[in-house]
Design a protein around this ligand. Structure first.
Ligand SMILES: Cc1ncc(COP(=O)(O)O)c(C=O)c1O
Length: 406
């Protein structure tokens, strides 16, 4: 990413306003390649299904597609993004607890994959299969089992349950419902749970293959990989932040043992690991005040913009050359009216009104989870190349209010 100097910031603010996101699409591409290579070193038949929900910026989704990755979507909205960036339906994996039936059917009819989250989704799949006996439908199952992380997840089908058996029996009975993949996802990103998820899936795959007489083409062991972080951010987690290679070793080694000929394809569904360090947020310092001994520095920006709460993101001060003051234990707070909208707690250092603050690691669950609360959202600019590319325009009043009746 380009180096952020006072002059560069001034140029950007003149054109795009006093707050914006900076996207580094080159870093995203690099993360995809590096993460893939770590897994491929151990298990060659490997691919990534990018979790769109993490950051569905179309440019990022397109990079995944251009690099041969799958699109992992959890709504018809996300599926539409995939189709609009040119993803072939056969490269789309539709997950999620509640799905749009019409979209499920059109994806299945065009060769895409739909993962069942519950037994209730079977009814529709069965009628589709009966209606089109000449077509084969690629269906997967989201698997739910214990990986020792202390969580009872609400997602997927318990692999030890009657529902799981019932679903498998339907696959067996209907020759045109094809079990193309087994999938799982566990939210905790600790690497110590990765061998258990790989082993759980490998065992389930062998069990299922025994029953159906074929091995599903793909085993998708989900997301939940930490992204690249600066040391200041890593230090705020109680656990050690693993490298990509540690996740690869933990999971792909198990796969190599269970599937020495590297069939099925091993798939992971990362979001944060690819997008986390690909976005910065920049905003101007607007006011400074001291209230009953506590200093507040208010900026144009919000916790809602950076997708982080209770953690101090890596932050850089770009001085605009005005006379600055020394601060001790000041809170840098956002423009919203939420008391807890603290973007950086306990700031120590020099700062002036009019300076710009640059927050790193804002790429995952930030842009996509920003509500239109108090202000429309700021623009997104890709600064990876020589030219600034507008990825998302500044949101306007009408972008938020055209669905309301006045
Ligand atoms: C099904 C599924 N896959 C992948 C992900 C991506 O998770 P992460 O950003 O931790 O990699 C999520 C996140 O919630 C998810 O629900």
């Amino acid at each position: 990413m380009l180096r952020l100097t006072k002059d560069k910031i001034l140029t950007l603010t003149k054109e795009y306003g006093n707050a914006f996101y900076l996207l580094d699409s080159c870093q995203f591409q690099e993360n995809f390649t590096r993460l893939s290579n770590e897994f491929k070193k151990i298990y060659g038949n490997f691919n990534i299904a990018y979790s769109y929900k993490t950051n569905y910026t179309p440019k990022l989704c397109k990079i995944i597609n251009d690099n041969g990755g799958y699109a992992e979507v959890v709504s018809d909205m996300e599926m539409e993004i995939a189709l609009r960036v040119g993803v072939h339906p056969s490269r789309i994996i539709y997950n999620g607890p509640i799905k749009n039936t019409a979209k499920v059917n059109s994806l299945l009819l065009s060769g895409g994959t739909v993962n069942l989250d519950s037994v209730y989704e079977l009814e529709n799949i069965i009628s589709l299969a009966e209606m089109h006996p000449d077509k084969t439908f690629n269906v997967g199952i989201r698997c739910n089992f214990d990986v020792g992380d202390g969580v009872v997840s609400r997602f997927g089908v318990d692999t030890e349950s009657d529902d799981f058996e019932k679903i498998l029996n339907i696959f067996k009975a209907y020759k045109n419902i094809h079990l193309i993949n087994l999938q799982c996802h566990f939210a905790k990103r600790n690497v110590e749970f990765w061998p258990a998820r790989a082993e759980g899936m490998a065992k389930t795959a062998h069990r299922v293959a025994g029953l159906l007489g074929y091995m599903p083409e793909r085993i998708d062991i989900g997301g939940g990989i930490y992204g690249n972080m600066e040391d200041s951010l890593k230090a705020q987690f109680t656990a050690k932040i693993p490298e990509y290679s540690e996740y690869a070793k933990a999971a792909a080694t198990v796969f190599k043992e269970y599937f020495p000929d590297e069939k099925p394809e091993l798939v992971i569904e990362p979001g944060s690991a690819l997008a986390g360090d690909c976005m910065k947020f920049v905003g101007r310092v607007e006011t400074v005040k001291t209230v009953r001994g506590k200093t507040y520095i208010t900026m144009l920006g919000s916790q809602k913009n950076i997708g982080m709460a209770g953690i101090n993101p890596p932050m850089e001060v770009i001085s605009m050359g005005k006379e600055s003051c020394e601060f001790t234990d000041a809170d840098i707070v956002g423009y919203t009216c939420i008391e807890g909208d603290v973007m950086f707690k306990g700031f120590n250092g020099r700062l002036a009104i009019g300076d710009y603050l640059v927050f790193s690691n804002c790429g995952s669950y930030s842009l996509v989870m920003k509500p239109p609360f108090i202000l429309p959202n700021f623009p997104v600019l890709d600064v990876c190349g020589n030219e600034v590319e507008i990825i998302k325009k500044q949101e306007a009043f009408d972008d938020i209010f055209h669905t309301f009746s006045f």
